[in-house]
Design a protein around this ligand. Structure first.
Ligand code: NMX
Ligand code: MLT
Length: 444
């Protein structure tokens, strides 16, 4: 059985040649015009082209997002991944270990290869004592995402890449220690996330990682839900669908940008987490639950459609966004929302909060269309995730984005490995002053 690193070593030379070929054939071809509006971002409600929206600027083979169809991981849709990727014994959701193998190699792994990854990550899971101390000293009032980012950044202390760079590693070998750091990063996140959860919401005591269990099972155990097989299955699905969303989203792009300075994967992913912590990106999963709870407080638990409509309008009239709705790229209901809805229909069809989410789904898109601003009135991944976690007892909504972060590490780590393997250079787009724009176009 080849390990992931052996398989990568086989794939990299061919991919370097492949990229050379593409560049020789198409390297000097234009990819279309860039409008001045795209540089400014927010211009005016009537001629609005958001910041760099749609600007072709990045290469990432791991996943591609189609505005109508949603995400495909190495060409595979979410239902295809659910069907093809290996599962836990007795389980029906894909193991995220398999998704990582797919993101890195483009290949569906065998059950043995996936078990090998589970074992490898469990063996690497311990975090340094000083990182435990950093977390233990954080006030419980510090947002879990800030704690998460602090701890991930601190893992840079033991970075194989940073050390190899100091020791004078050759460029062509960068990917090796990057791979080791990427594996360590993913492996150590459960202990970090578990510690934050137990410190902020529990008694600070943490069970040990089981070397024979899969990643999601260990993660669930660290939160105290390891005995609940349905919750473990939810985590498997959750991590898989949140792992990657092509290269341009804030967290993935930030990781790539920071990694391009040859900052190691811990520093790069720490930066990703800071982007994910924003309410227009990953924090939206927390915001959805906060918004739903406020709605329930205001209009009661079994409110009429009319009352829900009024509440949605009051959100918009208050100059706020409806969290969980809209997307920078998608123009249809997010297939990640659909996958979670199907999970809910199978496991918790009568949950009252799930029914509220369904009611909101029937109401919000029409209101956003009527309001006329949002380019996409449909729900995104965050509209659904918190309801599932709440159902199983993980009710602490401030923690939800940490779970998104654990998942997003899979995509960012895979991308960092390939960026170093393909010799991706320092990212440095050009910025212009308004005076320069006026000068360039004076005679046009
Ligand atoms: N509620 C109210 N207004 C909205 C919404 C919404 N859900 N979505 C977009 N708009 C507004 C947006 O604020 C903008 O208004 P203005 O011109 O006054 O600035 C206008 O519609 C046009 O925005 P778009 O071009 O449709 O959206 P953009 O690509 O700039 O932003 C999001 C995309 C996702 C940031 C935006 O849809 C949003 O704020 N959604 C709510 C927050 C959310 O769910 N974020 C999670 C995204 C997924 N993720 O996990 O990262
Ligand atoms: C994501 O998963 O990163 C979000 O849907 C945001 C995006 O794709 O821009």
């Amino acid at each position: 059985q080849s390990t992931l690193k052996d398989r990568l070593a086989e794939l990299i030379p061919a991919e370097i040649e492949h990229v050379k070929q593409i560049r020789a054939q198409h390297g000097k071809k234009s990819f279309g015009p860039v409008l001045v509006d795209q540089l400014y971002g927010h211009v005016s409600p009537s001629s609005r082209l958001s910041s760099m929206r749609g600007l072709p600027a990045l290469i990432w083979d791991g996943s591609v997002l189609d505005a109508e169809e949603g995400i495909r991981f190495r060409g595979k849709s979410i239902p295809e991944c659910q069907e093809l990727l290996p599962k836990a014994p007795g389980g029906s959701e894909p193991l995220p270990e398999g998704l990582f193998w797919l993101l890195v190699t483009g290949e569906i792994p065998t059950q043995e290869q996936v078990t090998g990854l589970s074992r490898d990550w469990a063996a690497r899971a311990a975090i340094p004592e000083f990182v435990e101390e950093i977390l233990d000293r954080c006030p419980p009032t510090l947002h879990p995402m800030s704690q998460f980012s602090l701890a991930v950044t601190a893992l840079n202390h033991d970075s194989a890449f940073a050390k190899a760079y100091q020791d004078g590693i050759s460029k062509k070998d960068y990917w090796g220690p990057t791979f080791e750091d990427a594996m360590d990063l993913i492996a150590k996140l459960p202990n970090i996330a578990g510690r934050i959860y137990r410190n902020v919401f529990g008694d600070g005591k943490l069970p040990a990682i089981d070397l024979h269990k899969d990643y999601s099972h260990n993660l669930a155990t660290l939160f105290g839900f390891g005995e609940n097989e349905a919750f473990v299955e939810l985590l498997r699905l959750y991590i898989t669908i949140h792992s990657d969303h092509e290269g341009g989203n804030v967290s993935a792009h930030t990781g790539k940008l920071v990694g391009s300075a040859l900052s190691d994967p811990f520093l790069a992913f720490g930066a990703s987490l800071n982007g994910l912590a924003g309410p227009l990106h990953g924090l939206a999963n927390q915001e959805v639950l906060v918004w739903l709870r406020k709605m329930q407080e205001k209009i009661g638990e079994n409110a009429s459609d009319v009352a829900v409509k009024e509440y949605v309008w009051s959100t918009l009239k208050g100059g706020q966004v409806v969290p969980g709705y809209g997307h920078a790229v998608l123009r249809k209901t997010d297939p990640r929302y659909v996958a979670q809805r199907e999970f809910a229909l199978k496991h918790l069809p009568h949950d009252p909060l799930f029914r509220l989410v369904g009611q909101v789904y029937n109401i919000v898109p029409n209101i956003l269309l009527e309001a006329g601003k949002a380019k996409n009135p449909w729900p995104n991944v965050d509209a659904h995730s918190g309801v599932l976690l709440t159902h199983y007892g993980l009710t602490q909504m401030q923690f939800y984005t940490v779970l998104f972060g654990v998942s997003r590490a899979f995509g960012v780590a895979a991308q960092l490995i390939w960026d170093r393997a393909l010799g991706a250079p320092l990212e440095r787009p050009k910025s212009y002053s308004s005076a320069a724009i006026e000068k360039i176009f004076r005679d046009h």
